[in-house]
Design a protein around this ligand. Structure first.
Ligand SMILES: [Cu+2]
Length: 65
């Protein structure tokens, strides 16, 4: 289960945006975003392209550390 560190989340709204963005990436499922630790975890129902994950987070306005 990959865990990524996300820079820029400050409130529950950010959490929801990141959650939605990750949920749209091909292969990603069971997304969990934690504001306190600034991390997101997810399961892979098939191999996930981490570049697509980073792009999705960037498109939402945040950054993968
Ligand atoms: Cu926010």
């Amino acid at each position: 289960m990959p865990t990524i560190l996300i820079v820029g989340m400050t409130c529950q709204h950010c959490v929801e945006l990141v959650h939605e963005a990750l949920g749209r990436v091909d292969g990603v499922t069971d997304v969990a975003v934690d504001l306190d630790s600034g991390t997101a975890t997810f399961s892979e129902e098939r191999p996930v392209d981490m570049a697509a994950v980073k792009q999705a987070v960037a498109d939402a306005g945040y950054k993968v550390a």
